[in-house]
Design a protein around this ligand. Structure first.
Ligand code: CAA
Length: 382
């Protein structure tokens, strides 16, 4: 039975993240959103405070945190800015395949120098031909002696224009579908690697997203993660680990929306009293509070499950799917509580709706999460 009382260490991690989020991220969030600025100085500070390579063991220079601890941090950061949080935690996603599939020698050789200074890494799975069908990816990896030659294009890659390292999923034989997919670690400095221009996005505008082209990129076989054909399972096992923190990110956005709506409802007067005294608004706030609470508990439960050694495929999909749907609903209701002001960019809640939307799409669209949930569920009845 999970016990969600926090240890003193967890309380101080959460406080550290909260202070950083409020002092450094929140004051810049609206402006970065407005002009689409990637605030690298904030990401550098997050690294210096140990808030970036959260999942990497301390022996390789990371913070060595479990998934519950990661979720505590991520929710606090996302309360201040969902987009910045996406960029801060993108290293966790990109480095997880190395943690899961790398040999001890690869981890030491790749992770230790990477984590020794501020650097960004990107997880390169999605392709223009279709993100949900990861097994159908087309980027080719041709064996040539003791090297592979990579050719293809990835898209919607978080932090790609600023990253110095990419974990790349490519196929040694597209006929084999998922059984041909193989994972590689590719430095940005390798000849033939070209990140594209930063995309203009609806939300998460403090984060950077682009394509990455791989043209005749030579990768030593020593930078392959696991065996040929093990890449798909590596990608899925990675996402099992990282979808739960996306649940925490969505919960942080939802909590921010509730906080703004409740504070506004106490201040804003109509019909001679604060709107918080009208039942229509009270019911809204009560429903929002239930959604936030449920999202947080499902997220913590999934995180606890993984920290206790389970795969967490079902739990992480439930947490990510529920919390991201909740974030969108709660942000929508926050706008409704603000009325016309909520629709204005001068107020903070319309950004929350735009930021919440992405959490239903990235790290596996919620339609995919429901597919995963149904498959896991039906196995139990078969
Ligand atoms: N762990 C380990 N192995 C797994 C697994 C898991 N969670 N899920 C599936 N597998 C294995 C299966 O057991 C099977 O193995 P065998 O061949 O040995 O039987 C194999 O993988 C194929 O599985 P499926 O038949 O289930 O594969 P599928 O083609 O039907 O696809 C899917 C399954 C769940 C739809 C998968 O394609 C998927 O998750 N798609 C979404 C991809 C995604 O989340 N992309 C997000 C990109 S990252 C991003 O957005 C971040 C960013 O930069 C912001």
């Amino acid at each position: 039975m999970p016990d969600f009382s926090l240890t003193p260490e967890q309380e101080s991690l959460r406080d550290l993240a909260r202070k950083f989020a409020r002092a450094e991220m929140a004051p810049q969030a609206a402006e970065c959103d407005r002009i689409g600025r990637f605030p690298e100085e904030i990401y550098r500070k997050a690294y210096e405070l140990g808030l970036m390579n959260l999942n990497v063991p301390t022996e390789y220079g990371g913070s060595g945190l479990g998934v519950v601890d990661q979720c505590l941090i991520v929710e606090e950061l996302a309360h201040a800015c969902g987009g910045m949080t996406t960029s801060v935690i993108a290293n966790c996603l990109a480095l997880e395949p190395i943690l899961l599939g790398g040999t001890p020698a690869q981890k030491e050789r790749i992770l230790s120098p990477f984590c020794a200074k501020y650097q960004l890494a990107s997880f390169c799975l999605t392709e223009p031909s279709g993100g949900s069908d990861a097994g159908g990816l087309k980027t080719r990896a041709r064996k040539d002696g003791d090297q592979y030659v990579l050719d293809g294009e990835k898209c919607f890659i978080t932090n790609a224009p600023h990253a110095s390292l990419y974990t790349v999923f490519a196929t040694v034989d597209p006929e084999l579908r998922h059984k041909g997919i193989t994972a590689f670690v590719v430095p940005r400095s390798a000849a033939g690697v070209t990140p594209g221009k930063d995309e203009e996005k609806m939300g998460h505008r403090a984060s950077s997203t682009s394509t990455v082209r791989f043209e005749g990129v030579r990768v030593p076989a020593t930078d392959r993660l696991g065996a040929e054909g093990e890449g798909f399972s590596l990608a899925m096992r990675t996402l099992d680990q990282t979808r739960t923190p996306i649940g925490a990110l969505a919960t942080g956005i939802a909590q921010a929306a509730l906080d703004h709506a409740a504070a506004y409802a106490l201040k804003r007067q109509t019909f001679g009293k604060p709107i918080a005294e009208h039942q229509a608004i009270q019911i809204k706030l009560a429903n929002m509070a239930q959604a936030v609470h449920a999202a947080r508990l499902l997220t913590w439960h999934a995180a606890w499950t993984i920290d206790h050694g389970a795969k967490g495929t079902l739990e992480s999909s439930i947490a990510k799917c529920f919390a991201s749907d909740a974030a969108l609903e709660v942000a929508d209701e926050a706008i409704q509580t603000f009325g016309g002001y909520g629709y204005m960019k001068a107020y903070p809640v319309e950004k929350l709706l735009r930021d919440a939307k992405l959490t239903q799409i990235y790290e596996g669209a919620n339609e995919i999460q429901r597919t995963v949930i149904a498959r896991e569920l039906l196995q139990k009845y078969a």
